[in-house]
Design a binder for this molecule. Sequence first.
Ligand code: 13P
Ligand code: SF4
Length: 346
Amino acid sequence: IEADRTRRIEAALDELGDDVVILGHNYQRREIVEHADFIGDSYALSKRAAEADAEYVVFGGVTFMAESADIITDDDQTVVLPCMEASCPMAGMAEALQVDAAWEQITAADPASEIIPITYMNSYADLKAFCAEQGGLVCTSSNAHKAFEWAFERGDKVLFLPDKHLGENTAHRLGMEDSIAEWNPWDPEAKDADELEDAEIVLWDGYCQVHERFTADHIAQVRDEHPEANVVVHPECRREVVEAADVVGSTATITEVVENADPGETWAIGTEIHLAKHLDRWHDDVNVVPLCGDACMDCDAMRQIDPNYLTWVLEELAAGREHNVIEVAPEEKELAGLALDRMLEL
Ligand code: 13P
Ligand code: SF4
């Protein structure tokens, strides 16, 4: 079945020639990344999308990534997501209505401060647009610390959305861990105004349900089983996990540490399982072990991009039919683009 599907994908790609580019996030399964022109983290892929001059950008990733590609690419380019169900649950944890209400309360609690909102790339275009409108920007896991520095050059307080763990880990990196308040969007009354006023960093209570499942016990276990192991984890992991690891970084950093490892080294990988599997396949001379042992840290959203859907969208494009086009509303596009441009300039 796979050989037949590969033949069909290659035939469609031959037909489309330079008209199509396939971008694959590091968490996509093997059958997708094997067909990708570029594989990378969300930051690298947004840069690739900006540079692409193909008519069609087929995105192996989740909705917010495809939205960002649509914002960044030219108006005559079309972004296609092979499956419309591929939506990151964390991005859905900060909805525009909730954010508007929170903004009102947080700004009212501290009218004297200039508050800068920063949203993680894992968010929808309306939230990116909101951040730009309020003087803020977007960041990814590889430049969150730079985005915080940018914000503190311009204001006195940051509202960071939606990932509280990335926010907390970034605050630690900047030595600001003592000035954090958490904002629970499902119970806004729980927050007292004094705490909001005192905090320099307000963290939205969102999280990634894949990375939140890693624990410090997983790290203790891997060190027990592989005493020589180095441990690298994604900054969406809880603070205790990041503290117990040797290296923390985006999926690009995780890829790099294994690429640069000496032969025979062992690396335990604390992120979505498909990246651990790719690194194991790509580097025979490095011992790659998934941090979670037998438990499967699989992202359901990324998994929605089934190779059969990739085959379908490509064959349809080759036949002149477009499906699953991701198009950000024009009124959001400009502002969300500004928030992304501020990030790309960091
Ligand atoms: P990266 O920006 O590190 O690729 O991560 C994206 C993501 O969804 C992590 O869960
Ligand atoms: Fe979203 Fe987590 Fe999946 Fe990344 S791994 S796309 S943050 S659910």
